[in-house]
Every structure is written in structure tokens, then in C-alpha cells.
Write a protein that binds this ligand. Structure first.
Ligand SMILES: NC(=O)c1ccc[n+]([C@@H]2O[C@H](COP(=O)([O-])OP(=O)(O)OC[C@H]3O[C@@H](n4cnc5c(N)ncnc54)[C@H](O)[C@@H]3O)[C@@H](O)[C@H]2O)c1
Ligand SMILES: O=c1ccn([C@@H]2O[C@H](COP(=O)(O)OP(=O)(O)O[C@H]3O[C@H](CO)[C@@H](O)[C@H](O)[C@H]3O)[C@@H](O)[C@H]2O)c(=O)[nH]1
Length: 477
């Protein structure tokens, strides 16, 4: 079966970049990405590529090449469904905030709405591809809705989870470790799988395209994220032990990572993992296990989240304890708000929770992030509901100049590993701060020897840095 028209429902961090790459690599396929969010679609259609709603290195060039040729962004969902032979569902599947499974289960409201809309709008048979991350056996529900409301049209449901990481989405999409396609093991199912495999085979080596049954595919996505997050929580747990024993977590990470059975990736200790996926997907896994009565399995994975919460709280508490057990009324500069570098995404960023912790202690925060807007930072804090939006606005200043953020502060907390932070003139920053100037590197990536040499009291994760010399006088006081 040859596909000539694709539609993707959901123009977010996954739908936008994924479809842009398919369109670039398959110029003969018309790709239409649709969304109910008009502002998002306007952003994707904006002539100024700096206004694309998703920031990813290299994405602007790909959009520029394909947009208007065979890549289109629209809010006309029904039209795109009607025209397409293959429909990707790439809508959000956040943790439920209400009712049964609140705080753990995935909220499949948007998935169901998509299935119903596809059923209502379709005028011919369709292949429906689950691109969103879904609980194992969701395809069953999607198929049930489509089969019972789809006016006799035939639907094949495939699972094709996305493994891209933000910040490296384009490189991950262009050269994925693997592409996973799960489908029904019937002749029709195999034909649908082959149609999707043929699309990816335009640029992905065939041996990297794995096919499985639907349930293995759905569960592999949750499992991959659980394993990755578990590595971060594991090294973070060891970081705390390092701080008590004068071991250095970077050295431990290097030493264990050299074992080919362990491997060197995802062993970077940090203030805690963030992002829209790890926490939500593990909570979902935990929920599914509990539903099946697998209490020990659920508890095992839940510990990964508990460890992560502990790490974020530990970082904030460490700042407070080094500022003589009070941050009340003290200016603290926060460098970085995104959950990792090279993305403007802030979902579940450790920075949000560290900020909230410090604000509960009445700190005054001054925040700088090169890619995150003031509105987004305030939205993130307001979403926690810890205090009123007016109170957040009064306690938090958001600036576009990192030097201004640090000026007159008691301490700097580095929350995101943006490359530009390494190149700052730390002498100038040091001399503009209140003394003793303290710096808390939540990403272990700055040049700590140099910072110590300048005079900073430097604290990092998983390593105690001894002071190299008495604290300097304020240079330009
Ligand atoms: N963000 C990532 O890095 C990443 C990576 C792999 C997988 N995933 C998974 O992919 C899915 C999408 O994630 P995302 O980060 O792109 O989410 P997102 O929130 O950025 O985008 C989802 C989009 O879907 C739209 N939408 C929701 N319901 C709709 C409907 N009925 N019709 C049309 N549009 C609708 C929303 O308006 C939104 O723009 C999630 O299941 C997520 O777990 C995300
Ligand atoms: O050694 C490490 C690696 C990562 N992190 C943190 O872990 C979080 C997640 O990072 P990363 O996995 O690189 O980014 P995501 O975009 O969240 O990607 C994850 O989640 C996606 C959504 O499901 C999956 O598609 C990807 O495969 C999976 O890596 C970030 O806060 C990182 O700073 C660390 O603290 N230490």
C-alpha cells in the first residue's frame, strides 16, 4: 500500500518536528499537521521562523524547506482526516488531575476525542497511528470506538511511539536508534505496518525499524522512559552518598559507565529530571501495575519518582542551609528555567519546584532563561497554586540579562545546563554580588576550579568542593 497523504492530529513538541522530518524526507507525501489551538498553528505558519512554537536546533531549516511544498499546518481537522490515508494521533496525554487514577493514570480524554472525530469525519478506510505515549492496551479502546462509530469504514490501529528527546529532536528524528511499529498480526495489520515501515525506510536503515505486536510497542515506550529515568535517579541517589564520603559522582559515573554492560549515557547527576514525559510515564506504569495487583512492581518504579522529588528538595534545602538557614528577603538568582538545555519547554522542570521551595521560605527570586518567556515562568509557578498570581509576581523578577539577575544577589542557583552560562564573565558576576558569593551548580557543568579561584563558594551535586583560598574582598564595591 502506497501512502500519499498523511495527517497528524496535534502540532506540539512531537507532532510538529516529527511531521516536518517525514515531509522533508518524503517529498512525494503530503503531510498536514492539524491542531485545535489556533495560536500554535499560526506559529507554525509564521513567516518568521523564530516564531515557530517549538524551539529545536535545526528545526527551522527543515520547516523552511518543506512548508508550503508538502508540509501544511491547519486547524481544519475534519478536512485533513478526510483526505489522509494514514492519520497520526500526537495529542497530549498528561497525568489525570481528577477522578479515578488522579495523579497517576494517563488522561486519555484527548485520545478518545481524536478517535471519535476520526470516526465521524472519515469517508474511507484509514490507518490510525498512535504517536502519543499511551498505556498498554489503549489501541483496544481506540479500535472499539472507531469500529462502532466509523460508519462501516475499516481502521487499522498501529502503535508507533516516539523516542525523540527535546533539545535533540531533529538529530534523533534524522538518525533514530530505532523506530518501533506495533500492529495487529493479521494480514491487514501486517499490510498497515508495512505501509508505515516504508515511510520510515526513506531515511532510516531497515534493520533499525522494529516491528512488534501492538501491546509490546505500547509497553516498550513506558518501559524505555522508566529505565532512563531510573538511571538518573540511581546516579542521583549515589550523588548524596558522594557528598558524605568525599567521593566524586562524576568520577563514579565515569568508572561505572566504562563497563560496557552499563554504558556511559544518562549517568549525569543533576538537580533532578524534568520534562513532560518521565514522571508522567512512570506514574502511568505504576498505576497500570497497581490495577493488575502488582504491588511490588508498582512500588519498585514509584521509588524512581520519590528519589527525584527528594533530589529537587535536597538542592533547595542545601541553598537555604548555606545561606545561614534563612533566605527570607534575600535575592537569589536562578539561571535556567527549561527542564534541559536547547529547549523552551519547561514542563516538570526541576527549576519550578526549587523556586517554589525557596519562595515558601520568602526568598526573592530573579530568574533568567535564554529561551523561556516571563509569561511561561509565571504560569508554571501559578499552576502549582501555592500562592496567588499576584504574590508570585511580587516575589519573582524575570529578566532578560543574566548579569542583572545575579547583581546584588546572595546566591546563584544554576538549574539548566545552557552552554552560554559557561562563557559568562564570572569575575564581573562575582564582584556584583553580595559577599560571600555562593553558587549552586545543579548541573555539575561549570568550571568549578575557576569559580573557586575567583572566590565563589561553589556547591555542586555529588562532590564537595573545598575552598581554595579565603574569600575575596568585593572587587568593585
Ligand atoms: N515532548 C516530547 O518530547 C515527547 C516525546 C515522545 C513522546 N511524547 C508523547 O507525545 C504526545 C504529545 O506530546 P507533545 O509534547 O507533543 O504534547 P503537546 O502538548 O506539545 O502537543 C499536543 C497538541 O495536541 C493538540 N490537541 C489536543 N487535542 C486535540 C484534538 N482533539 N484535535 C486537535 N489537536 C489536539 C493540543 O492543542 C496540542 O497543541 C504525548 O503523549 C507525549 O507523552 C512526547
Ligand atoms: O544523565 C542525565 C540525563 C538526563 N537528565 C535529565 O533528565 C530529564 C530528561 O532528559 P531527556 O531524556 O534527555 O529529555 P526528554 O525530552 O524528556 O526525553 C525523554 O522523554 C521523551 C518523551 O517520552 C522520550 O521520547 C525520550 O526518549 C526520553 O529521553 C532532563 O531534565 C535532563 O536534564 C539528567 O539529569 N541526567
Amino acid at each position: 500500500m502506497k501512502i500519499s497523504k498523511i495527517c497528524c492530529i496535534g502540532a506540539g513538541y512531537v507532532g510538529g518536528p516529527t511531521m516536518a522530518v517525514i515531509a522533508q524526507k518524503c517529498p512525494h507525501i503530503q503531510v498536514t499537521v492539524v491542531d485545535i489551538n489556533q495560536a500554535r498553528i499560526d506559529g507554525w505558519n509564521d513567516e518568521n521562523l523564530e516564531n515557530l512554537p517549538v524551539y529545536e536546533p535545526g528545526l527551522d531549516a527543515i520547516v523552511a524547506e518543506a512548508r508550503g511544498r508538502n508540509l501544511f499546518f491547519s486547524t481544519d481537522v475534519n478536512k485533513a482526516i478526510k483526505e489522509a490515508e494514514m492519520i497520526f494521533i500526537s495529542v497530549n496525554t498528561p497525568t489525570k488531575t481528577y477522578g479515578e487514577g488522579r495523579g497517576q493514570a494517563a488522561d486519555l480524554k484527548w485520545i478518545e476525542l481524536c478517535a471519535r472525530q476520526i470516526a465521524a469525519a472519515a469517508e474511507s478506510d484509514k490507518i490510525v497511528v498512535e504517536k502519543s505515549t499511551l498505556p498498554v492496551r489503549t489501541a483496544e479502546a481506540v479500535k472499539d470506538i472507531l469500529d462502532n462509530t466509523g460508519h462501516g469504514n475499516k481502521f487499522q490501529i498501529l502503535s508507533n511511539p516516539e523516542f525523540l528527546a527535546e533539545g535533540t529532536a531533529v538529530e534523533d528524528l534524522l538518525a533514530p536508534d530505532r523506530v518501533l511499529v506495533g500492529g495487529e498480526m493479521s494480514p491487514e495489520g501486517r499490510e498497515a505496518m508495512q505501509a508505515l515501515v516504508d515511510i520510515y525506510a526513506h531515511w532510516v536503515p531497515r534493520e533499525r525499524i522494529l516491528t512488534t505486536n501492538v501491546w509490546s510497542s505500547e509497553l516498550s515506550k513506558l518501559t524505555a522512559n522508566a529505565f532512563l529515568a531510573q538511571r538518573v535517579s540511581s546516579i542521583n541517589s549515589i550523588s548524596e552518598l558522594c557528598e558524605r564520603t568525599e567521593a566524586d559522582v562524576s568520577e563514579v559515573g565515569r568508572a561505572i559507565g566504562a563497563d560496557s554492560r552499563i554504558g556511559p549515557k544518562f549517568l549525569q547527576a543533576s538537580v533532578g529530571f524534568g520534562g513532560s514525559c518521565f514522571q508522567k510515564d512512570i506514574l502511568n506504569l505504576v498505576y497500570i501495575c497497581r490495577r493488575f495487583g502488582l504491588i511490588e512492581v508498582a512500588d519498585y518504579w514509584e521509588q524512581v519518582i520519590k528519589m527525584n522529588d527528594h533530589q529537587k528538595a535536597r538542592f533547595a534545602k542545601n541553598i537555604i542551609s548555606h545561606l545561614y538557614n534563612t533566605v527570607s528577603g534575600k535575592k537569589i538568582a536562578m539561571l535556567g528555567w527549561a527542564f534541559k538545555k536547547d529547549t523552551n519547554d519547561t514542563r516538570e522542570s526541576a527549576a519550578i519546584y526549587v523556586a517554589d521551595h525557596l519562595l515558601r521560605e520568602n526568598a526573592k527570586l530573579c530568574i533568567y532563561d535564554p529561551k523561556v518567556s516571563k509569561e511561561q515562568i509565571l504560569n508554571d509557578l501559578n499552576y502549582l497554586n501555592t500562592r496567588t498570581p499576584e504574590e508570585n509576581e511580587a516575589m519573582v523578577e524575570i529578566v532578560t540579562d543574566p548579569y542583572q539577575a545575579c547583581k546584588d544577589s546572595h546566591a546563584i542557583a544554576v538549574l539548566t545546563e545552557w552552554d552560554e552560562f559557561k562563557d559568562y564573565n564570572w569575575d564581573i558576576i562575582y564582584s556584583s554580588m553580595l559577599q560571600p558569593a555562593q553558587l549552586f551548580d545543579g548541573r555539575n557543568f561549570l568550571d568549578h576550579d575557576k569559580l573557586q579561584e575567583i572566590g565563589f563558594r561553589t556547591f555542586t551535586i555529588g562532590k564537595i568542593i573545598p575552598p581554595v583560598k579565603p574569600y575575596k574582598e568585593v572587587l568593585n564595591a
